[in-house]
Design a protein around this ligand. Structure first.
Ligand SMILES: NC(=O)c1ccc[n+]([C@@H]2O[C@H](COP(=O)([O-])OP(=O)(O)OC[C@H]3O[C@@H](n4cnc5c(N)ncnc54)[C@H](OP(=O)(O)O)[C@@H]3O)[C@@H](O)[C@H]2O)c1
Length: 332
């Protein structure tokens, strides 16, 4: 088996080179002067949607996942199906057993988990401690860094089901990475091992970066759900089949052309069409939240169309007046 050195990873005491086989497999660490001496061992705290899938992906490419933590039935099922044979341990035992620790717990639990592991002595100097939260950057890992650990925040810009469906989606997945500049090599090597690509995010921009992804991906799901419900009410037997070609084209155009991709009544300034939609959606059998979403999104769409010089401000003002009336129940 041949090996291909890619990056040097500097720890505080040694210089390590990750070596890759020709299939792009395993990070094998060698000391600067010698042959391969060790593979990194991985441990995972949180066998949730993300943790179980990232660990399974690392195993697929020949890495050693030595222990995993997860208590609930859902986590145990993910371990059985995605990580068969990996020992299930308490979080402190997982941390003690590995060189690279993945913390894939809910955002709100992360701070406490880091502090608990540090206080119990489970995290040690030189260990690589990684979390996958979008909201958190490096600050949450400070207690681990204070005892000499090397922190990385790597957020996969992907939505996970926690099943093997996710494995193929990691190919080319972007990871938003925040870390000390000295740790960029190890972050790059880890993301490459997960078959992803790196986008560097500064600590200050981490929340904005995450808000953008949530707004785009999560709210898209709600928007599509509302559209499917309305189509069902309009008699469609297969709303997904109706929407798939339209939404796929809209998404593709938006990602390629930005605001220039806008079509429809708002950008055309068809005030009467919008008024008819609002009257229809205001009927009591439809959820109020769908009307509210329509109004808020239509206002934002009008603003974008004006900024793009495709909608005259006068027409936009008329549209916004109709939209405002819809939420004060005065639409006629
Ligand atoms: N889901 C996504 O699509 C996605 C995408 C990108 C990034 N992320 C990030 O990845 C992280 C994990 O998200 P997820 O969706 O995988 O979460 P999840 O499915 O809810 O899984 C959370 C895991 O953490 C464990 N856990 C919860 N509280 C814990 C604690 N106090 N101590 C130890 N373990 C604990 C849970 O164990 P039990 O089951 O035993 O409770 C479970 O295994 C989050 O930071 C999230 O922001 C998620």
């Amino acid at each position: 088996m041949s090996t291909l050195p890619l990056h040097a990873i500097r720890s505080r005491t040694n210089v390590w080179y990750p070596l890759w086989d020709w299939n792009g497999k395993a990070i094998v660490m060698v000391e600067e002067s010698g042959p391969p001496t060790q593979s990194l061992t991985f441990g995972v705290i949180g066998a949730g949607r993300v943790g179980a899938v990232l660990a399974a992906s690392l195993r697929e490419t020949g890495h050693q996942v030595v222990a995993v933590a997860g208590e609930s039935d859902a986590s145990r099922t993910r371990i059985e199906t995605l990580l068969p044979g990996v020992p299930v341990r308490r979080p402190t035992a997982v941390a003690k057993s590995c060189e690279l620790l993945l913390l894939t717990v809910p955002d709100d639990a992360l701070d406490n988990v880091v502090r608990m592991l540090v206080a119990s002595g489970a995290i040690r100097s030189g260990q690589i401690v990684v979390h996958t939260s979008g909201r958190h950057g490096m600050e949450v890992l400070r207690p681990a860094e204070e005892v000499g650990a090397r922190g990385l925040a790597i957020h996969p810009a992907m939505t996970f089901t926690g099943t093997d469906l996710d494995l193929a989606r990691l190919d080319g997945c972007v990871f938003g990475v925040t870390c000390d500049p000295a740790e960029r090599s190890v972050a790059s090597a880890l993301v490459a091992a997960l078959r992803g690509s790196v986008v560097w995010v500064t600590e200050d921009n981490r929340r904005l970066y995450h808000a953008a992804l949530v707004h785009g991906a999560n709210h898209l799901v709600t928007l599509v759900g509302q559209a499917m419900d309305l189509l069902r009410d309009a008699g469609s037997e297969d709303p997904a089949a109706t929407l798939r070609p339209l939404l796929t084209a809209a998404l593709d155009n938006a990602l390629t052309y930005g605001d220039a991709a806008l079509t429809g009544p708002i950008v055309r300034g068809d005030v009467d069409t919008v008024r008819v939609h609002l009257r229809t959606l205001a009927a009591p059998q439809y959820p109020r939240s769908t009307l509210e979403s329509y109004v808020v999104m239509a206002r934002a769409t009008a603003n974008h169309a004006v900024a793009d010089a495709r909608l005259e401000p006068r027409r936009a003002a008329a549209l916004v007046g109709v939209l405002n009336d819809a939420l004060t129940d005065s639409i006629v």
